[in-house]
Design a protein around this ligand. Structure first.
Ligand code: PLP
Length: 395
């Protein structure tokens, strides 16, 4: 059987290769189906999916509850703008607010992570009357212009300059650096709890606590970007719980609706609601996405998937740390829950290929980090296969 990783002429001539406008590094695999933690390509190869739709498929691919919810809702009402009330949107907001950190009880629904970030920036500027956004070095917040302005990586930003004015980047995990820069001009500090795209780098709880305290003291808002870490990924429903902090704005997307595009900017008590007409989205909070999101949240809570992520993640981290001790290739292993990074002393691409050949798909997080973000429903035996494949590929 092929590994699915040899480029095939067929794929090079694929309509995607011919007609897409670019933007992504593509791998020569055509995925056609998924179930739980597994995806299948068009040649019958099966992979344990530690890409997970890029940390999206927390409740598993084709989760039966999500599929049923979408199917039923599609036959009732797919679209309903925020101009009207809608039963499913109301039901979702009630469920989401009950699950959010204490005091967060208003939500702007949108369609992606970058839109949740854009909304949070607007809420922060509107509430504080200030303009400066303080983001972190190595942070990633999305690709639209406001979010890109907060993203650190120069190669993502440079071709599109000039970006939105009044953004700064400050050293991550350095409370003194924050202390030095937050001023009466600062509208918001924007941070990830684990920097995902730039290498899977968890924040120290003390750093996040300092950020929350400084924002309170100086009249700035704390925007916590949990687009990647939310919905159980790190072993808690929200990664900010690990540090015991309450964000002013919490940005969510990725795992929110079982793979259906959706995002949310959630507001704490210090944030002003948006007056009518100042911000909205045609598709935001559509009933189809809301139905999928209810099913997803129910799955996460009833199956205790955040707890499962904590247990499995701790186990895998220990295995990987033991592997690191005997592998000359591994520099460091990091992570929280089922968001794990293996930093290599070499480029990751050959190792991703070797893993795919062993039936495991993994992500990168920068040139030298293998990122693992499997569905939280991954079975023990599947996780064992992942650990064995990593041991074979990296030893
Ligand atoms: N914020 C973080 C932390 C992310 O990881 C991402 C995407 O990877 C985004 C924002 C942007 O989300 P989206 O790709 O849904 O626009």
């Amino acid at each position: 059987m092929s590994t699915g990783y040899e480029p095939v002429v067929e794929i090079e001539q694929d309509a995607e290769a011919r007609y897409e406008a670019g933007g992504a590094y593509k791998r020569p695999i055509r995925l056609v189906r998924g179930a739980g933690a597994v995806v299948f390509d068009d040649r019958g190869n099966e992979y344990i999916d530690c890409v997970g739709g890029i940390a999206v498929a927390n409740v598993g691919h084709a989760n039966p509850r999500v599929v049923a919810a979408i199917t039923q809702q599609a036959a009732r009402l797919i679209t309903c703008p925020e101009l009207f009330y809608n039963d499913v949107r109301a039901a979702y907001l009630e469920r989401l607010v009950a699950a959010l950190p204490a005091g967060m009880n208003r939500v702007f629904l949108c369609n992606s992570g970058t839109e949740a970030i854009e909304a949070a920036i607007k809420f922060a500027r509107l509430t504080t009357g200030r303009t400066e956004i303080m983001a972190a070095m190595r942070g990633f917040h999305g690709r639209t212009l406001g979010a890109l302005s907060a993203t650190w990586e120069k190669s993502y930003r440079a071709p599109f300059e000039p970006l939105v004015p009044d953004y700064q980047h400050v050293r991550y995990n350095d409370p003194a650096a924050l202390e030095a820069v937050i001023s009466d001009r600062t509208a918001a500090v924007m941070l990830e709890v684990v920097q995902g795209e730039s290498g899977v780098r968890p924040a120290d709880p003390a750093y996040l606590q300092a950020a929350a305290r400084l924002c309170q003291e100086r009249g700035a808002l704390l925007i916590v970007d949990e687009v990647q870490t939310g919905f159980g990924r790190t072993g808690r429903m929200w990664a900010c719980e690990h540090a015991g902090i309450l964000p002013d704005l919490l940005c969510l997307a990725k795992g929110i609706a079982g793979g259906v595009p959706m995002g949310a900017a959630c507001l704490g008590p210090r944030v002003q609601s948006m007056p009518p007409g100042l911000h909205s989205s045609t598709f935001g909070g559509n009933p189809l996405a809301c139905a999928a999101a209810i099913a997803t949240l129910d799955e996460l809570v009833e199956r205790r998937l955040p707890e499962r992520a904590a247990i499995l993640g701790t186990h895998l981290l220990e295995r990987l740390r033991a592997l690191a001790a005997s592998s000359p290739v591994i520099r460091e292993v990091r992570g929280l829950g089922l968001l794990l990074g293996i930093e290599l002393r070499e480029h990751v691409q050959p190792y991703l290929k070797a893993l795919a050949g062993r039936g495991v798909l993994a992500l990168t997080a920068g040139p030298s980090v293998i990122r693992l973000a499997p569905p939280l429903v991954i079975e023990d035996a599947q996780l064992e296969q992942v650990a064995a494949a990593l041991e074979e590929a990296l030893r």
